[in-house]
Design a protein around this ligand. Structure first.
Ligand SMILES: [Cu+2]
Length: 192
């Protein structure tokens, strides 16, 4: 270690102490103040802000190992791999279908609806060199944080949603971020 770095270290130490004191003050304030106006902010953007969605609503949970939903349940909560895409419906009637998709993991995820041939099983799509599957024929996706439709991905703890019209048939719900399909982020949806 050189002498030149010492002032930096001292500075960092002072900053850390200041931060500690500041956080302590906040904690004390929260304890004595009870429910303050800032409290509600913790829920902003969470599933509690679910919009009213038309048609049959399919609720989807996106998960990965290490996410908050993992607590003690092990891989049974996850599906088939270290990541999972869990829907509360395996079958829905044809017509208007809405998806309310919550990221219960610790990294960004998304949900894309792809057609599934009768002869094809979910999870068997070829995976390209970039770790993703072909999205040809996609019927739509929920990949916007706290919003509808396509976006840059749903951040941990947030939700995205979309509404589409589905004809009878088989579909696959996937997360197509690099490597996520391979890790288990797919499930089949049958439309009757
Ligand atoms: Cu994912």
């Amino acid at each position: 270690m050189t002498d030149a770095r010492r002032p930096l270290l001292v500075g960092a130490l002072v900053a850390a102490v200041v931060a500690l004191v500041a956080s302590g003050a906040v904690a004390v304030g929260a304890l004595s103040g009870g429910v303050g106006p800032g409290r509600h902010g913790f829920l902003a953007g969470s599933a509690h802000d679910a919009p009213k969605l038309p048609g049959t609503v399919v609720t989807v949970s996106l998960r990965n190992m290490g996410g908050p939903m993992m607590g003690g349940q092990g891989s049974t909560m996850m599906g088939r791999g270290s990541m999972g895409l869990i829907a509360d419906h395996a079958t829905v009637p044809h017509g208007t279908v809405s998806f309310f998709v919550t990221n219960d993991g610790s990294i960004n995820h998304e949900m894309v609806v792809l057609p599934l041939a009768d002869s094809q099983a979910a999870g068997t799509r070829p995976i390209a060199g970039d770790g993703r599957v072909d999205e040809t024929g996609s019927l739509g996706e929920a990949s916007k944080t706290n919003g509808e439709g396509a976006g840059e991905g749903i951040v941990p703890g947030a939700s995205g949603w979309m509404t589409i019209t589905l004809a009878p048939g088989h579909y696959e719900l996937v997360c197509n971020l690099a490597g996520h399909y391979r890790s288990g982020m797919f499930t089949e949806l049958t439309v009757t």
